[in-house]
Design a protein. Sequence first.
Length: 463
Amino acid sequence: MKKQEQNQPSTWYEKKSGRKFSESGTSAKNKSAARDEKINPSNKTKNEFKKNPHADSHSERRKNGQKSTERKKIGNAAVVTELDRLLDLSSVPSDGKKILANFQKIINSTHPLNSKQRAQLSEQIRELSHGLTDQRGERRLGYMNQPATLSAYVHYFLWWNLVRLTRLFSNLPADFLNLTEKDVCLDIGSGPLTVPLALYISRPELRSRKLKWYCMDISSQSLSIGENLMMTISADLGGEMWDIIRVKGNFGTEIKEKASFVSCANVFNEIIEDRQMPPDYQAKKCTDSILPYMDLKSENARVLLVEPGIPSSARLLSLMRDSFMRKDFHPASPCTHSAECPMDGKRGGKWCNFAFSTEDAPTELKKISEKAYLPKERAVLSFMALQKSKPKESDPSKLIFRIGSDPIRLPGNRTGYYACSRFGLLLVVTDSNLFYGDCLCIDVPKKEPPLDEKSGAHILNLD
C-alpha cells in the first residue's frame, strides 16, 4: 500500500514545496479528523467576515500564545480560518490607549514648552518632516542634539511612532515578545526610548518584569528625555520601572553584555543614504552591524526591525531577512513562511508594508498634525521579526497567507487583495472585507490557481 502511495503523481503544490504529504507525518486519519473539527459555518453571514464578538477572549488567547481558531465561511467555496489580525486595535490594552490619548499631558509634565517654543512648534515640525523625507540629504547627522529639533520630535514624531508601534507590538506573537529578566535587551538608535516605551504600553504582561535595556543613541539628551518618560509612564501604569542603561553612541559602540533581544526602529532608512551601493550589499552591511551585539548561541536570540512603509525600506528589510536567514535565523512575523519573499520591493513589484486608518488616533495629535499642515489619514510601516529558534512547521495541506494591500478594484465589479504565501504572491479575490495584516488559512486548492497577467500572482478566488 505504501508503494502505491509513493508512486502516485505529485500534486502541483507538492511539486512546488518539494515534499509529499506522507513526509509531513500527517496521516489520512488526522486529516479527516481535522476536517471534521471545522465549525459549521451555516450561521455565518454570506460573503462577510464578522468581527469577533468576544474581543477580550481573542486578546487573552493572543497573550497566552494561542492562535484564534474561529472558522468562517466565504460564499460556497472556501472555509477560512482567521489566525491573527496584525493591526487589530482591540488588542491594544485599554490603559495603554489612555496613555496614548493623554501623551501630550505626560510630555508637558516632564518637558514643558514655554510660550515662544509652543508658538514655533508647528514650523519646527514641518522643518523636521522635510529633513526626514525630501530634504534628508541636507540634514545633519546629529540633528537630534539640536534643542528645537528634539522638541519637535518628542512632542510630535515620538507620539505618532508610539501610535504605530503599540498597534504592531500588541499583535505580535506572544512567544516572540516573551522577554524575561534573564534576557538582555538592546535598542539601537533608541532616541527618546521609542521602542521600550511602545513595548511597555502595549504588553501589560511585561510590566511586572524587571527588564534590562541598553538604549543606544548619539543624542544623550534624547535618551534622558526617554528615561524620564519611562519613569512617568511606568508609574501611571503601576508597573516595574525597567533598568535603563543609556549608551551614547552609534553602531560599533560597545556594551558590556551580549543581547538576546535587539530592536532597531527607523534606523536604517536614516543611515543608509548612499544609493551607489547595491541593495544586497547594504543589507549585508546592516545585518553585520547587528550580529556582534547578539548572543548567537542562545535559542532565544531575536531581532526586530521596523522601518517606514516605503518601497526602499521594504526592499532593505527583505534583503536583511535573507541575510539573517543565512545566519540561521527564522522569520517570525509578518512572514507566514521561510520561502523567498514575494513582496520584496523590487522595482515594478510589490513591497511588504502594513497600514491602518488614523481615525482612532488621539484627537490632540491629529490637531497638531493639521496645524502643522501634515494631516495623516493613515499610518504605514514595514517590519521584520526574526528568531533563532525554529518555528513549528505548518500543515502542508493548508495554505496560510497574509493580506498586504488595500482593496483592489478588478474587472467584473470584483475586489481583490495582494497577499504573501509560501507559494509566492497571491491575488485574493473576494467580496468580503479584508484588512491589511490579516493572516488567513484555507485548504490548499486541488488545482493550481491561474496567474494574474498583470502581477504574475496566483489568483485565489474565495467566493
